[in-house]
Ligand binder design. Structure first.
Ligand code: ADP
Length: 474
């Protein structure tokens, strides 16, 4: 059985389909045929039995109509009449008490069946036995003709019924085989028609894979069924894969380009130290300082690149107390950015609201945004952070009085390595990755991020994060 299942599994989908439908069709056909055969057989058998009963009733009626003093000789003289009562295939015998034949009408069977032991006193009994090797109905009843006492026996062979049933069975078998073959071919044709989109899909997949995502996806969606759905999912998946692939290529190109600058600077200063640094302490000091700065920049860049590349899973076990966490981060940042005003605003009643994000991620988001608010500012940085809540989300607004950004720049600020003013960003040690990391983290925790900015007035970042509900994560 296991081997059979394994062989079935190894068949192509088209063959599996054809085989299954052919089997189902054949089994249903066989069941219907069996029921039909049994029904017809018992109905015909009943008809035959009724014909035997009719003949026996007519015969006894005939004998009774002759009166109580009728003799065997009278009967022998009226055999013509009796012949018209019985069927041509039936043989009627009048037997004496010892079972010896006295009179016979028709001779469709030669064998004289034995008189059964329990013939009813009135009426007759019908049994189904073999006579001359042929299945037959035999009806036997007592017969009293004047002084003669014996038996009336009618033999009704079931030959014609059996030939009819045999004919029916052969026709059904033949029809069954024809239906099986036809259903195999029809199912195979339907299967290949229905599986055509899958074939095209697999051809397309091979083609795209061979050309490393550069070949266009050609397979077309024609139907609204499951296969159509699969093709649509494939196209969507391929589009996402292609964009991820291109993004990755661009990322590698950008990253190597960004790393090249500090390496070139480092190389320049090291050659300078090699040439003149030994004799001129000023050059040595300056070049060493710049080299250390560049190495730090590279370190930061690599750390940020790694945090972007590392696709760590969400880390939410109990959420974070957003108010307490924000207070803690802001206190820390205030010590770093001493000359800035950083204020947190929230409703005292919202003291213990938990938000579905990890402590590290929230720290990094807030740190990057506040750092930018301080960096891109030409006056004393004033940063206001507002925390508000609704039934499902927490909204964090970070508002600054910085240099702001033009609408064109706003469209790109979440792209990796994008900087509005490259020189200014570099001067402050920016890598162009801060906002990409913020966006990546907010997406990871199913949040939303919006930004609005006015040049020379300031920028507002609005973050929405889902609240933490215990049952969601239990
Ligand atoms: P960077 O490391 O250069 O700061 P970010 O990804 O953090 O990179 O920011 C991208 C660019 O967006 C920055 O170079 C800067 O020009 C602009 N920017 C980000 N935040 C602000 C802000 N609060 N005000 C003005 N400009 C900003």
């Amino acid at each position: 059985m296991n081997r059979l299942i394994q062989r079935f599994r190894s068949l192509s989908l088209r063959k599996k389909w054809a085989l299954s439908s052919a089997t189902v069709l054949f089994v249903s056909f066989t069941l219907v045929c069996c029921m039909f055969y049994i029904g017809i057989h018992s109905w015909l058998l009943n008809e035959e039995k009724s014909s035997v009963s009719r003949s026996m009733d007519d015969l006894t009626g005939f004998f009774e109509s002759r009166g109580p003093h009728v003799t065997l000789d009278d009967i022998e003289r009226n055999t013509g009449l009796m012949n018209s009562i019985i069927d041509k295939s039936q043989t009627v015998r009048i037997l004496n008490n010892d079972g010896i034949e006295i009179l016979r009408l028709n001779d469709t069977s030669e064998e004289i069946p034995d008189i059964p032991k329990t013939v009813p006193k009135t009426g007759y009994m019908i049994e189904q036995i073999k006579v001359d090797g042929e299945n037959s109905f035999v009806a036997t009843g007592h017969l009293q003709l004047g002084t003669f006492h014996g038996y009336l026996q009618l033999t009704h062979p079931l030959k014609s019924l059996h030939s009819l049933m045999q004919y029916l069975l052969t026709s059904m078998l033949l029809l069954g085989i024809i239906a099986l073959i036809a259903s195999w071919f029809i199912s195979a044709a339907i299967a290949s028609f229905l599986l055509q989109p899958l074939k095209r899909l697999s051809k397309d997949m091979k083609h795209v894979a061979a050309h490393q995502f550069e070949a266009p996806i050609e397979v077309k969606v024609e139907s609204n069924d499951e296969i159509g759905g699969l093709v649509r999912v494939y196209k969507q998946m391929m589009a996402e894969l292609e964009s991820a692939f291109l993004q990755q290529q661009r990322f590698i190109a950008d990253a190597s380009h960004e790393l090249r600058t500090p390496i070139q600077v480092l190389e320049g200063h090291l050659s300078m130290i090699q040439r003149w640094g030994k004799d001129e302490p000023d050059i040595l000091e300056e070049s060493l300082n710049t080299s250390i700065e560049e190495v730090q920049r590279m370190k930061l860049l690599i750390e940020e690149l790694l945090s972007l590349a590392r696709r760590e899973p969400k880390d939410i076990t109990s959420g974070i107390d957003i108010v307490a966490q924000s207070k803690e981060i802001i206190t820390e940042l205030k010590t770093i950015y001493e000359n800035s005003e950083i204020n947190l605003h929230y409703n005292e009643n919202d003291n213990v609201v938990r938000v579905a994000i990890s402590e590290n991620a929230y720290r990094q988001i807030l740190h990057n945004l506040i750092q930018n608010a301080v960096r891109y500012n030409s006056s004393i940085p004033r940063i206001n952070i507002y925390l508000t809540f609704d039934s499902n989300n927490c909204t964090i607004v970070i508002e600054d009085n910085g240099i702001g950004m033009s609408p064109e720049s706003l469209e790109h600020i979440f792209e990796r390595f994008y900087r509005v003013d490259k020189a200014r960003s570099r001067e402050y040690g920016g890598t162009g990755l801060g906002l990409s990391i913020v966006k990546m983290l907010i997406d990871k925790y199913d949040g939303k991020l919006k930004v609005s900015s006015v040049l020379d007035e300031g920028t507002i970042f609005t973050i929405s994060l889902p609240l933490f509900f215990l049952q969601e994560f239990s």
